[in-house]
Design a binder for this molecule. Structure first.
Ligand SMILES: [Zn+2]
Length: 316
């Protein structure tokens, strides 16, 4: 526990100059930063409090599971993480996200009507439609959805609504709903579960190897150290996996774009994507090797070309 707290305090202290520089120098230089230094430290303080509140019980639970796990340890650890992620997915939007941002229902009007109509036409169980005050911190814009089964919510950044026309916002949501309709969200969730299980499986195989601990200078075998060492040893594999996942994710982006296009939002989606790219000052001309490895989303030019391609095919 002391070790964990020490690592956390140390990383907070060493990261601080970098995150201050990133927010108040780099982001500010490009006109994105909208937050005050007071807000920055308030967020940091809340984050630390949450970590103090949530961290120790979770780590303690993992250590107990490892100590009592036996041969089926991987299954128990996976089951614990699965339950934890379900709890966090439920609790996060209700209790944690509101600590940092203000969520207000999207007011009645044209935009709300259009989004509700779109959701109804796809049988998307839209329960709540929020606007989040992203603009108090930065002018980066976005939209996302979350929730289980019949209880879905869509969150729009207020910056997105300010930057785009209604039709373009709806087109961006049509793209997001494409991810849902085409089961991309389910796929990602299952992929993460399988990867988590494999990782714990690997850990179970080596956790009693004294060589592993010795090679890092540990004569005893503390549970937490074993987990941390294992985490670090599999980093090369994790890079391969994330490369694979990025490949899949980029294919999904094209599919979701095509889905939006099929619903008749091709033109608005293209306009919306261009605007978001401009407003967020994203790189326009990325190196193909760099983007193939690092990007979960295809470069804008490729997405626009694919959308135009679909459109011209329809005219033939
Ligand atoms: Zn997408």
């Amino acid at each position: 526990m002391v070790l964990e707290a020490g690592v956390m305090v140390w990383s907070q202290v060493t990261d601080l100059p970098f995150s201050l520089y990133s927010t108040f120098v780099i982001e500010a230089r490009h006109g994105f930063n909208k937050q005050t230094i007071w807000l920055f430290f308030r967020d940091m303080f809340k984050g630390i409090c949450l970590a103090i509140l949530l961290g120790p019980p979770i780590v303690a639970a993992i250590i107990i599971i490892v100590q009592k796990g036996g041969p089926y340890l991987a299954i128990y650890l996976w089951a614990f993480m699965f339950a934890l992620s379900i709890v966090m997915m439920t609790v996060y939007p209700i209790l944690i996200a509101p600590l940092f941002n203000k969520f207000t229902p999207l007011p009645e009007g044209e935009l709300r009507e259009k989004i509700e109509k779109l959701a109804a036409s796809l049988k998307f169980p839209l329960k709540k439609l929020f606007v989040v005050d992203g603009s108090t911190r930065s002018s980066h814009s976005n939209a996302y959805m979350y929730g289980f089964f019949k209880n879905k919510r869509i969150v729009l950044y207020d910056t997105l609504i300010q930057q785009c026309k209604n039709e373009e916002v709806v087109a961006v949501i049509a793209h997001e709903l494409g991810h849902w309709k085409l089961n991309h969200t389910v796929f990602s969730f299952i992929a993460v579960q399988i990867l988590t299980f494999m990782q714990f499986g690997g850990y179970t195989l080596v956790r009693n190897s004294s060589d592993l601990y010795l090679s890092f200078g540990f004569k005893t075998q503390p549970v937490l150290i074993g987990l941390i060492i294992f985490q670090h040893t599999v980093i090369p594999i994790q890079h391969l996996v994330s490369f694979g996942l990025n490949l899949v994710s980029r294919a999904f982006e094209f599919q979701a774009d095509a889905f939006g296009k099929k619903l008749g939002y091709g033109k608005a989606l293209r306009a919306g994507l261009v605007k978001l790219q401009e407003e967020n000052l994203s790189a326009m001309n990325t190196d193909p090797w760099y983007s193939a490895y690092h990007y979960s989303h295809p470069p804008l030019v490729e997405r626009l070309a694919a959308l135009e391609d679909l459109e011209s095919k329809k005219e033939d």
